[in-house]
Every structure is written in C-alpha cells, then in structure tokens.
Design a protein around this ligand. Structure first.
Ligand SMILES: [Zn+2]
Length: 103
C-alpha cells in the first residue's frame, strides 16, 4: 500500500527535495553542496570550512587535487573570495590539495 505517499500533500503535489547546487571555482563544475569543499574568507584569512558553517564569503572546490592546484594557480580562489592569499595560506591550501585524490 502506498497511501502514505499522498497523505500530507494538502496543497502541493509531492516533489523531490531541493538539493542546493554549488559551483567549483576551478573547473566550473556544478555539484551538490555536500560534494564540494567550502573555503571561507574569514576577515581576510582564508580557511577550509569542513562544516560549511563559518561566516564570510565562501568559495567551493571539488575534492580533487587537480581543482585545488588550478584554483590556486589561476587565482580563481582569490577572485571568488575577494582577497589575496598570503604565502602561508597558499601553502596550506596547496598541501591540503595534494592530500586529495586525483580526479
Ligand atoms: Zn572542480
């Protein structure tokens, strides 16, 4: 029996839950929010935001080494986050990117 499917649809027909989509700043690929890694501009300091909850301008990258490398190399991250990456941050992000799998 499938009666429960329609039991609580008083005004709207049943529809799929909306999944927020985000764009990787390096490859411009669109993915579900949770499939990308968020970075945040926290008062001028760029941090990785695994919980996706920090305040500030955010940017997203695929969890692949390739996107982190090109995101740093092409300054896509700086552009998306509207800040300059310090050499320390750049190094941290590059190292993190190297820990990720290739595509
Ligand atoms: Zn990507």
């Amino acid at each position: 029996m499938k009666t429960s499917l329609y039991s609580n649809t008083k005004q709207q027909p049943a529809r799929r839950k909306h999944i927020p989509q985000r764009t990787c700043v390096a490859c411009r690929g669109t993915k579900a929010n949770r499939e990308l890694i968020r970075l945040v501009n926290n008062a001028g300091t760029v941090e990785i935001d695994p919980q996706r909850k920090k305040q500030g301008r955010g940017a997203y990258l695929c969890p692949f080494a390739q996107c982190w490398e090109s995101g740093l190399k092409g300054n896509y991250l700086e552009h998306a986050l509207r800040t300059k990456l310090t050499p320390e941050v750049r190094h941290t992000l590059a190292e993190f990117g190297k820990s990720l799998p290739e595509r």
